[in-house]
Design a protein around this ligand. Structure first.
Ligand code: ATP
Ligand code: MG
Length: 408
């Protein structure tokens, strides 16, 4: 699932007033085999702890689930924030009860009493995780349900109840489990590897970086700016975009800022055909990103390229970019429609920032770029520029920002 579903529970406000003790975090079991599992849960536990730090939480690993207790009074905010951490399939509030039938009956009656405005229908569901509990789930459902009917006069509806009262029986306790809130899925950041994302002020590249994070990659960022100084770029919108992407994951990342002017100056003084300027600049960005990646241990480069979306992103042009890279270039948005990217950008929260005006380097370059660049022609044009020197000069002028740094 790419975007979260709207949360629509019957009488959610009332649900939230129940005396919850914490919430469980469930993850998809598929793909979690053998050694993977420990790394996955460890990373998820660590990421949740960081992402929820302001709610003063404790995250425990209880083997088949994580259990989170919240010391602050912002229980629901913590629950929602947890649902946005990559790797989370869903979260549910939980009340911990002693292992007794009476405790379940009391909780069920209390829940129905708190939630039913009128005589809404209800159902009870019980799951025995611990099968040694002496009474079957079905029998328990019937027994508890009967008491709610007797005490509250509530109508039962097993197939589509307005109020669903759920219990899960474990070896040492019983959980009353509240509504399920769907998470984003994916993998916890950190289980996959380190990549470097080329980010611009546009709509696409922040979404591309987010998708790589969702697959468990640690993503750092590199941006070429057209400001007179790195300080001015640092107060522009790029750091805000990066922050929007990484903050929900509780991550601190690096943003490499590189001035465009050395390349711009060289271009002005050269005889490069105008229609090749954009493709040359994009190759240049890949070259610089390669150097930064090799020096800092990134295994791949990520871009927001999208096949045929703009003149510079034809198949031929993308292949010409790959030709200059010593490492893979990942393009998670290659086959997306623009509407799909926009929907994702809205869900992530980057869209409003992305559409704010920004002087991007690419907009300073020729308006009618070559759409079917030929490699030999590009290589000939590239020889008109002192590429190696320009790469060195750009790296010498680079600054690194820490974004969302939580260290004191
Ligand atoms: P976006 O919305 O991501 O800017 P776009 O459709 O505008 O994409 P281009 O401007 O051609 O496309 O850029 C293609 C990709 O090149 C971007 O997605 C981004 O990864 C990278 N890129 C473009 N400009 C910059 C920049 N100034 N600094 C770093 N990377 C950039
Ligand atoms: Mg762009």
């Amino acid at each position: 699932m790419l975007v979260q579903e709207q949360i629509t529970f019957h009488n959610l406000d009332q649900w939230l007033k129940l005396p919850w003790d914490g919430f469980t975090v469930q993850y998809h079991e598929i793909g979690l085999k053998g050694g993977n599992r420990k790394a996955f849960t460890k990373a998820l536990q660590r990421n949740l702890q960081k992402a929820l730090i302001r709610f003063n939480v404790k995250v425990q690993d209880l083997f088949d689930r994580l259990f989170v207790t919240v010391a602050s009074d912002k229980f629901f905010d913590a629950l929602l924030s947890a649902s946005k951490v990559f790797g989370v399939a869903y979260v549910s509030p939980v009340r911990v009860l002693p292992r007794s039938i009476d405790a379940m009956v009391d909780a069920a009656v209390q829940t129905y009493h708190a939630l039913a405005l009128d005589k809404e229908s209800f159902a009870v569901r019980v799951r025995r995780v611990d099968k040694s509990f002496p009474i079957s789930s079905q029998e328990l459902e019937r027994l508890i349900g009967q008491r709610v009917v007797n005490e509250m006069g509530a109508p039962v509806n097993l197939s589509d109840p307005s109020i669903l009262i759920s219990f899960r029986i474990y070896q040492d306790c019983i959980y009353q489990v509240g509504p399920k809130i769907q998470g984003l899925g994916g993998l916890p950041v950190g289980v996959t590897g380190k990549v470097l994302a080329l980010i611009s002020g546009g709509i696409d590249s922040p979404v591309a970086a987010w998708l790589m994070m969702k697959r468990g990659c640690v993503v750092d960022f590199i941006h070429f700016h057209a400001f007179p100084s790195n300080e001015e770029a640092a107060s522009g919108k790029i750091p805000k975009l990066v922050r929007t992407i990484v903050e929900p994951q509780g991550l601190s990342v690096r943003l490499f800022l590189i001035p465009y002017h050395p390349f711009q100056l060289a271009l002005l003084m050269s005889k490069v055909p105008q229609r090749l300027e954009l493709v040359l600049f994009r190759r240049f960005m890949v070259n610089v990103a390669n150097k930064v990646a090799i020096e800092n241990g990134y295994k791949a480069i990520v871009t927001g390229d999208n096949l045929n979306q703009v003149a510079s992103q034809t198949l031929d042009n993308l292949i010409i970019l790959d030709e200059t890279s010593q490492m893979p270039i990942f393009r998670p948005l290659l086959a997306f429609d623009k509407q799909e990217i926009v929907a994702l950008a809205r869900c992530i929260g980057t869209y409003e920032l992305s559409i704010q005006p920004y002087k991007d380097c690419c907009s300073l370059i020729a308006r009618h770029p070559e759409t079917k660049a030929k490699l030999d022609e590009v290589l000939r044009a590239e020889k008109l520029l002192p590429i190696e020197q320009l790469v060195e000069r750009s790296l010498a002028e680079m600054t690194v920002l820490k974004i969302n740094d939580q260290e004191p």
